[in-house]
Design a binder for this molecule. Sequence first.
Ligand SMILES: [Fe+2]
Length: 390
Amino acid sequence: MVRPFQFSRLPKIFFKNGAIAELPSMIERFGKRIVLVTGKYSFLQSGKSEKLLSGFQVKGIIYRIISIPGEPSPEIIDNTVRNLQGERIDVIIGIGGGSVLDAGKAISAMMNRPESVTEFLEGVGLREHPGTKVPYIAIPTTSGTGSEATKNAVISEIGKNGFKKSLRHDNFVPDIALVDPELTLPCPPDITAASGMDCFTQLTEAYLSGNSSEYSDALALTGLREIKTSLLRCYTTGDDIVARSGMSFAALTSGICLANAGLGAVHGFASSIGGMFNIPHGLICGTLMASANEINVRELRRTKVNPVALKKYANLGELFLDEKGRTDDYLIDGFIQFLYKLTDELNLPGFKRYGIEEKDLELICKNTDIKNNPVKLDAEDLAKILLKRL
Ligand SMILES: [Fe+2]
């Protein structure tokens, strides 16, 4: 029998090599006045930008550019919104990595609102956002967070009492996700590896989540097939457009899956560690992927509380190992070994390099929420996951 489920709205998705050329025409249905949100190493410095900006001029589109230097903080969002106050803006366009897309999403949601974004952040503020926003177009230039398809924007305040929390509403799913794999070609290997592992983690955690559905499972497996064929290829051969296209698809799909199924322990850590230390989100995910799944499997086998999740781990083993006729236990163990091997192949560093020490683990574990993980983990289990990757 089909399990009961809900599935959120999707953006209008345009997925095509070279799709960026169609942006000026897409904008016209919203109006003529736009804000372009970009990153520090901006798309606007690339060769493709001149063509795009002259396309805006031809169409009479008036644009303003806002550059977001890193992961968006409440201060950056509040200041940007204040600076735009009183201006008529027909559509906001985020073009960049996950941080830029989240920043654009948050700015579109906070336009015309007097409050600080902090007041609406989950677990930080006390107010419910009504879901009002300026239309938003998300254009990823990395393959990772899938923010182009999600209903949340992650906002960070990094420090001892820092946080990494979401501004979330069904209406915040972008109106358009323009996915042009060619835009990811210049992405350097370290960012390709980290963002790719973020995407891999999101697909895996959504697939294993107790909140998954027939729809999200089918999509997650489709995305994971692309991870298998494309992730390492993108890392070693950045100009392989077939592999880049596979990862763009996987990232978009991971966003759809996480918005509908939730995430597990690795993303719990990404939130707690990411609030306390300045470490890129994808790197936290990639570094912890193998050890977190190893402990999940150990606890699933010991407690026997969730045979469905163990079966799913065996399915992942079958997918990534390409071996037929093996037992479930063989496939599960093989999947965990595959993850450790991939961690080495992608040169993902341990946490010591970022200043995390053993004495920090207790507080990290205390701040880690793993609500959609396939099995309960106690503080000792969580510490073990981290210790393996210090
Ligand atoms: Fe993520």
